[in-house]
Design a protein around this ligand. Structure first.
Ligand code: AMP
Length: 440
């Protein structure tokens, strides 16, 4: 028997409901903020993710799935969403039609990591990219959008951590200061940080190993090396956060793992003890040189990403049930082959009319069919036997009231719809006239 590859998992039917609910929420919130979906390939040319020889992030150096295709092209399975979206933005010249492109993506990512709880080799991310504007307001809008998604899930006990890495001039000055400083402490540093000192000293501040040490805590802070322009910009971001009543904490050590960030970087942590060190639900930052680095026009951008698995774990932990079984509208019990065929036709008509319906395909007993109707949380159960069929009648039971009636064989649709409307179970249909949006 073949088994799934290491670090992957199946999303089974009983789980998929919560994925769909979360995806629906994401799409709804993105619409409110005027973000449009973009779907890019799951694999890209190797160079899209390995642009910079100096890029020292683990994801780029150790974790990508790289392979040669049958024509010896170097290919990489996408480990994150941003680079592919920017590649598509440039290649399709999205900047021509839209000075500011607000895009979102949702889908699987691949990283060759050591699998553990909440860490997989194929996992899913949702992310947004706002490309084309330098405005501090758009930085804050991305954070507001992330907060809306979290509150839609009932996750409100959160901490927004934010920092500014400044513009390239500020960062270059700061890097020099850091190299000078950390060079004195090489003996105390972990092996990774020694390499980071050469390749990207900023990333030392990300280190989980050296974090608690005295030399680390006393390291120079970027806020003291931001030039006036960068400082002013950061203040405007903070002012706009205040304007939206978004609480935040400025975290001097927040630099984020990737090398392309500038100015605003942020993370949103959930205060859920059981998440342990996996409590960062969302992370993002500004990348004002990435579009240019990837061969596009000099265009600023900002983005964020959520790990979907982690969001679902957090949602479970706060006790929110996303996978509540949706009601089936009608379950049809048939007795005998003639009734089965006629019932099958009726069911199809009900479905075309937007009702969720099911019947038995195993020729089960009356008892087992009733049980199935119950398992599906059916609002109505129809019973059709040969005698009813001969009289063009059908029995229908309203499972919320237990009232059973005999009605005309072809009146089921009208009957169910009237009942749903009368019980106000179908308020959404009334408002929108959309038959598919029935009570959930
Ligand atoms: P990153 O792209 O590394 O900033 O990660 C953004 C989010 O994606 C993290 O906060 C995690 O929730 C999620 N994530 C990253 N790597 C994995 C993984 N291997 N398995 C599951 N989720 C992941």
């Amino acid at each position: 028997m073949n088994t799934k590859p290491k670090g992957t998992y199946d999303i089974l039917p009983e789980e998929v409901g919560k994925w769909q609910k979360l995806e629906d929420l994401i799409r709804k919130v993105c619409k409110l903020y005027n973000y449009q979906e973009i779907r890019t390939p799951i694999f890209e040319s190797f160079d899209v993710f390995h642009r910079d020889q100096n890029d020292s992030s683990d994801m780029v150096t150790k974790e990508t799935y790289d392979f040669l295709d049958r024509s010896d092209r170097k290919i990489t399975l996408r480990p994150e969403g941003t680079a592919g979206v920017i590649r598509a933005y440039i290649e399709n010249k999205l900047y021509v039609s839209n000075p500011v492109s607000k895009l979102y993506y949702l889908g699987p990512m691949f990283r060759y990591e050591r699998p553990q709880k909440g860490r997989y080799r194929q996992f899913h991310q949702f992310g947004i990219e706002a490309i084309g504007s330098k405005s501090p307001l758009i930085d804050v809008e991305t954070i507001a959008l992330a907060k809306s998604i979290l509150s839609g899930l009932g996750i409100t006990d959160i901490k927004v951590k934010i920092n500014s890495l400044g513009d390239s001039e500020s960062r270059e000055n700061y890097k020099k200061v850091l190299v000078n400083y950390f060079s004195n402490y090489q003996d105390c540093m972990c092996e990774d940080c020694k390499t980071r000192l050469q390749k990207n000293p900023l990333r030392i501040l990300d280190c989980k190993i050296d974090r608690g040490q005295d030399f680390f805590i006393k390291a120079p802070k970027i806020k003291d090396y931001l030039n006036e322009e960068s400082k002013n910009r950061f203040n405007e971001v903070l002012k706009a956060l205040d304007g939206l009543n978004i609480n935040y904490e400025v975290d001097d050590n927040l630099v984020r793992g990737l090398d392309y960030y500038s100015h605003t970087v942020f993370e949103i942590e959930a205060n859920i003890t059981e998440l342990g060190n996996q409590n960062v639900l969302c992370a993002g930052g500004r990348y004002d040189s990435l579009v240019k680095d990837l061969g596009g026009p000099d265009t600023p951008g900002i983005g964020l990403a959520f790990g979907i698995e982690r969001l679902l774990i957090a949602t479970d932990l706060i006790g929110k049930k996303l996978n509540k079984l949706e009601n089936n509208h009608v379950y049809l019990i048939t007795l005998g082959p003639k009734a089965q065929l006629e019932g099958f036709k009726i069911l199809n008509t009900l479905r075309l009319g937007g009702l969720r319906c099911e019947m038995d395909y195993l020729n089960g007993s009356l008892k087992s069919q009733f049980k199935k109707a119950d398992n599906l949380n059916s609002l109505f159960t129809c019973i059709l036997g040969d005698e009813e069929l001969e009289n063009f009648k059908i029995n229908i039971k309203d499972n919320t009231t237990d009232v059973q009636e005999t009605i005309g064989l072809y009146d089921v649709y009208k009957y169910v719809l009237n009942k749903l409307m009368a019980n106000n179970k179908c308020a959404k249909c009334k408002e929108s006239g959309d038959k598919n949006e029935t009570n959930d």
